[in-house]
Write a protein that binds this ligand. Structure first.
Ligand code: GDG
Length: 482
């Protein structure tokens, strides 16, 4: 496994979605996790750290201050993150971060290549490391190399605004398998490869681009439901003094927090009978604070929560409990279980694991209600949540009302269906399906296996019919658009 950041789980009080997913998948496979250890050291000859914690082995290295600034904060989080979330307005193209982005990927490849053994499969995670397969191939690595993108793939029109979009497309084409979270992302990615480097969909369902062939597939990330299912906390449904609405989101402009706070203020205005009976507890732990857009969102949220609390609060009731700190991980499941509603309404999200964790934590006989943005990847799977449009304040208000007033039999019925999806599509299934698809894709590259029926099937489900003969640029666009 390779990702930008490797987490020391024995020390971390909070871990983001990517590290939680990798940690769970790695626990089931014999392997090691390579990446940055979170330290900044000014040396061009970094020392590698090897550590072992039970089944987990990690090999990590520090970054220099310039790497941290231009590769991590810069290109990764001020160019790729906003553009892939369709926020071109926040992208900083002019800063010249790209060369350091490539340099760090070269550095990772140089340190990783000597550790790879002939039977290894290499699984690389997330947008920080698009060029890593290309760089590893330059070191003579012939093993299967797969990539998984945890964030959403914005529309091709947004992606091709990146000045280096052709280089990004070329880098993606060097993988045997590119996995994304949703069918929408598969469509957008094919569209992007087609528009940027004349990628073609082959009869086999594979994509041909930049003199290479790759598989693209949808592998929705899951959680380990057992981590959340054994809470014994009981919510007093009969005579609750106040019902808690829980929100847990990194303080990120993609998570739709100002929209949520405004909708909550509007709800209190429109339905005064709910005042004093509900509290919105919003955990929003800090992240990437040195990026300007993150400082802006923090100031906006502080102003909004202050304004709403000032307007509706009483001596003995504060409507929004806004906490700008992480919650300890071992407390999550009890907090989820004792919350009447979970309100997660990102403007765009690769998957959203909080929604799945909330479902897994509920008491099946008296479950809470999940309100989920229709723009979270999880909405493709969790149809039985109350799905809302975070851009539409009226829909947000009505969704909250529906959740708070939902009778117990409807809550139980919806929860049963949601829990079945969360359990079936768990982290174990994610890791297993991805790795077996990667091994197959690697074999196909070296000509040992026929094209995968699975990928062809996935294309059919998307309405993207593989052509009998290799198509022209125009004809593929027509299929993808359909
Ligand atoms: C990226 C993609 C995709 C959050 N706050 C606290 C806390 N967390 C934990 C949650 C959950 C994880 O962090 C957040 O995962 P998400 O999926 O919701 O979001 P991202 O961090 O943006 O993750 C996302 C994910 O990768 C996986 O592919 O789903 O779309 O953006 O596990 O519980 N944990 C603790 N305290 C907090 O305050 N302990």
């Amino acid at each position: 496994m390779v990702s930008n950041r490797v987490i020391d789980f024995s020390a971390a009080s909070q871990a983001g979605g990517v590290s939680v997913a990798i940690y769970d998948a790695l626990a089931r496979h014999n392997g090691f996790w390579f990446g940055w250890n979170g330290q900044v050291e000014d040396t061009e000859t970094p020392e590698m750290m090897v550590s072992r914690d039970g089944e987990h082995a990690t090999v990590t290295m520090p970054l220099t201050a310039a790497d941290y600034n231009d590769f991590y904060l810069g290109y990764s989080n001020s160019v790729l993150w906003p553009v892939f979330h369709n926020r071109l307005d926040l992208a900083q193209f002019e800063a010249g971060y790209y060369s350091r982005y490539v340099a760090v990927n070269k550095k990772f490849a140089a340190h990783l290549a000597p550790l790879i053994e002939p039977n290894d499969a290499i699984w690389i995670h997330d947008y920080h490391l698009f060029p890593l397969a290309l760089e590893l191939r330059k070191h003579g690595i012939e093993n299967p190399i797969g990539f998984f993108l945890h964030i959403p793939v914005g529309p091709a029109q947004a992606l091709i605004a990146i000045p280096e979009h052709r280089e990004i497309a070329r880098a993606l084409s060097a993988y045997d398998l590119v996995g994304v979270q949703t069918h929408r992302d598969v469509r957008n990615l094919i569209d992007f490869l087609q528009q940027s480097v004349f990628g073609r969909l082959l009869p086999s369902g594979r994509i041909r681009a930049c003199d290479a062939e790759l598989d693209i597939g949808c592998f929705p990330v899951g959680i380990d439901p057992n981590d959340f299912s054994d809470s014994r906390v009981v919510r007093d449904s009969e005579s609750p003094e106040t019902s808690r609405i829980i929100g847990i989101d990194r303080l990120d402009y993609t998570k739709g927090l100002p929209q949520k706070f405004r909708a909550f203020g509007k709800f209190l205005e429109v339905f005064p009978e709910h005042r004093r009976r509900i509290v919105l507890s919003q955990f929003a732990p800090p992240t990437r604070e040195s990026v300007e857009a993150y400082a802006d969102i923090r100031a906006e949220l502080e102003a909004l929560s202050g304004a709403i609390n000032g307007r509706y609060g009483e001596l003995d009731w504060v409507p929004i409990n806004y906490i700008h700190r992480p919650m300890p991980r071992h407390e999550l499941r009890d907090v989820y279980r004792s919350s009447r509603v979970c309100w997660v309404t990102p403007l765009m999200d690769g998957m959203n694991l909080v929604s799945k964790e909330y479902v897994a934590s509920q008491d099946p006989a008296d479950p809470g209600v999940l309100i989920l943005s229709k723009f979270a990847g999880a909405a493709e799977q969790l149809h039985d949540a109350v799905l809302v449009n975070p851009y539409d304040p009226n829909d947000m208000v009505q969704g909250l009302r529906q959740a708070l007033e939902m009778p117990v039999d409807e809550r139980v019925a919806r929860h049963e269906k949601l829990a079945s999806v969360v359990c079936k599509s768990d982290s174990k299934a994610w890791g297993k399906t991805y790795i077996s698809a990667l091994v197959k894709a690697g074999r196909r590259r070296i000509g040992k296996e026929q094209p995968s029926a699975r990928v062809t099937e996935a294309m059919k489900r998307l309405g993207v019919e593989p052509k009998k003969k290799a198509g022209s640029k125009k004809s593929v666009a027509a299929h993808v658009g359909g």
